[in-house]
Design a binder for this molecule. Structure first.
Ligand code: SAM
Length: 276
C-alpha cells in the first residue's frame, strides 16, 4: 500500500507516522508513505497556494491548480475533465480531508485497506476550492463532527487506521479481528484466550501476510461490537480486582464473559451501534 500525503506543512508528518505499528509496517515494506509539499506545484515567485474567496467572506481558500498538478504528477496522467475524475483507477483513492466530508469509520478503513494506493489531500485555512472535491478527489473524508485547523491530523488518522488492517501489520491477525467494530470476542480461538496475560514478546509483529482482515459482524447480533475490557497484572490493584472468571483458566467461560462484556459496553458507550 502506498500513501501520498499532499500538504503545505510536510514537516508535520515527521513524528506521527514514525512510531510503533506504523513505523514497523514502513520498515517491513508493507506500506510506503510519501509526503509532498504542495508549494512544489506552484509556479510563481511566492509559491502561492491560496487566494481570497469569490463572493467575499473570511479567510483564504486553497487554490485548485497546485492540488490538481500535485495529483496529476503523482498519477502520471492528467485529470482534465469531470469524466475522467468520475472514472478513476479502482485501486487508487484520492481523498480530500474535509470537515464536510463523509464520516470515516472502521468500515471505510477496511474498504481503503483493499486498495493499492491512497492520495490524501490536506486542506488548510477556510478550506479548498470546491472543484477539487468535484473533479479531482474520489471522496471527501471527515474524521468527525468537529472542525480542525488542517487536514494533516485527519490524514494521519486515516493512514494509521488503514495500515493496522493490512495483513501482517499487527503481527497477530487475531488482534485486528477482535478489536472494536470488528469481530465479537466469542469468535476468538480458544487458544488465544489464556488465563494469564501474554508476554510482551508475543505481541510483537511478525510480518507475514496470510489473510486479509475482512469486515466482521456478530452472527448473533448482526452489528459490530466494541472491544471487550482488557486486564493485566496485578490481579488486585488498590482493591480493584480482575473479574474472577478471567483467571479461572476456563476458556469457554472467558469467551462467554468477554462477549457479554463487549455487548454491555457497546450498549453503554455506542447505543447507535447496538440498535443498527
Ligand atoms: N471551513 C471549513 C468548514 O467549515 O468545513 C473548515 C476548514 S478547516 C479550518 C481547514 C481544513 O482542515 C479543511 O480543509 C480540512 O482539510 C481539514 N479538516 C478540518 N476538520 C476536519 C475534519 N473533521 N475531518 C477532516 N478534515 C478536516
Amino acid at each position: 500500500m502506498r500513501f501520498d500525503l499532499v500538504t503545505i506543512f510536510p514537516e508535520f508528518f515527521d513524528g506521527p507516522l514514525d512510531f510503533g505499528i506504523l513505523r514497523r509496517a514502513r520498515e517491513a515494506g508493507l506500506v510506503e508513505v510519501r509526503v509532498h509539499d504542495l508549494r512544489e506545484f506552484t509556479h510563481d515567485r511566492h509559491r502561492t497556494v491560496d487566494d481570497r474567496p469569490f463572493g467575499g467572506g473570511e479567510g483564504m481558500v486553497l487554490k485548485p491548480e497546485p492540488l490538481f498538478e500535485a495529483v496529476e504528477s503523482l498519477l502520471g496522467r492528467s485529470v482534465g475533465d469531470s469524466a475522467e475524475a468520475a472514472d478513476p483507477d479502482p485501486k487508487t483513492a484520492i481523498l480530500l480531508m474535509s470537515a464536510a466530508g463523509k464520516l470515516f469509520d472502521q468500515e471505510t478503513a477496511r474498504r481503503y485497506a483493499a486498495l493499492d494506493r491512497i492520495i490524501l489531500l490536506c486542506g488548510r485555512y477556510e478550506g479548498v476550492d470546491e472543484r477539487v472535491a468535484q473533479y479531482l478527489a474520489t471522496e471527501e473524508v471527515s474524521i468527525g463532527g468537529y472542525v480542525l485547523s488542517g487536514g494533516e491530523l485527519p490524514a494521519a488518522v486515516v493512514v494509521d487506521a488503514v495500515t493496522r488492517l493490512l495483513p501482517g501489520a499487527l503481527g497477530n491477525e487475531a488482534s485486528a479481528a477482535n478489536e472494536s467494530f470488528s469481530a465479537p470476542p466469542a469468535s476468538a480461538p480458544a487458544s488465544s484466550v489464556g488465563a494469564r496475560p501474554p508476554s510482551r514478546a508475543k505481541r510483537r509483529p511478525v510480518v507475514a501476510a496470510k489473510s486479509v482482515v475482512t469486515s466482521h459482524q456478530s452472527p448473533a447480533t448482526s452489528h459490530p461490537l466494541l472491544d471487550f475490557p482488557h486486564y493485566t497484572r496485578p490481579a488486585d490493584f488498590r482493591g480493584w480486582k480482575v473479574p474472577e472468571i478471567l483467571i479461572s483458566g476456563n476458556h469457554a467461560e472467558v469467551a462467554k464473559w468477554r462477549r457479554q462484556a463487549a455487548l454491555e459496553k457497546t450498549r453503554r458507550n455506542r447505543p447507535d451501534l447496538s440498535s443498527s
